[in-house]
Design a binder for this molecule. Sequence first.
Ligand SMILES: Cc1cc2nc3c(=O)[nH]c(=O)nc-3n(C[C@H](O)[C@H](O)[C@H](O)COP(=O)(O)O)c2cc1C
Length: 190
Amino acid sequence: MVIFADTIRPSLPLLNLLAISGSLRAASTNSALVAALARNAPPGCRVTIYDGLGRLPIFNPDEEGERTPQEASALIDAVTHADGVIVSCPEYAHGVPGGLKNGLDWLVSRDAAVDKPAMLVHASPRSLFARAALAEIMRTMSFALYDGGSLEIALLGKKPLEVESILAEPANVLAMRNALSAFADFIRTR
Ligand SMILES: Cc1cc2nc3c(=O)[nH]c(=O)nc-3n(C[C@H](O)[C@H](O)[C@H](O)COP(=O)(O)O)c2cc1C
């Protein structure tokens, strides 16, 4: 009997990845991208979507500690328990949208972000200011930002049906799986 190496390799523990879209638009292309990542996660990865940015109160350092609002605690817990965080974010006026920055601000004075692997993915070929600003913010917060090849699928200005069709193209499904696998390797080898 021949036993192939693959059949005796122990399976790796499941990685729980938390995906956040920086857009609150119902027809958001960034939200469509994170939803597609969740659908196309490779074996060994589970992608859960955080959709609470729009319910977070405006960050106020006076409301931290025992006064931390329940919605902010939910975000802090979700990041704490994730093995890695994925962010897809539009650019508004050359900056990071306030809703996402507000969510990140709730994480600053905590351990949740410290050394937490994170990957940025992109639904627009533009937004270069926001990409750079977000990377700077997240590095400053001590996220361990994955800077291997980044995933970019051009969905800017597309209507929802077209967005879904682009995300279902085999080349894009493969690109999403490869990006998640590379991020998983980054997490596992740290
Ligand atoms: C208020 C506002 C400001 C914007 N500013 C920029 C910008 O400075 N640079 C850019 O590339 N796109 C800008 N855009 C375009 C958005 O980044 C783009 O439409 C993005 O794909 C929207 O993401 P979503 O589909 O996930 O909502 C802006 C859009 C809005 C609504």
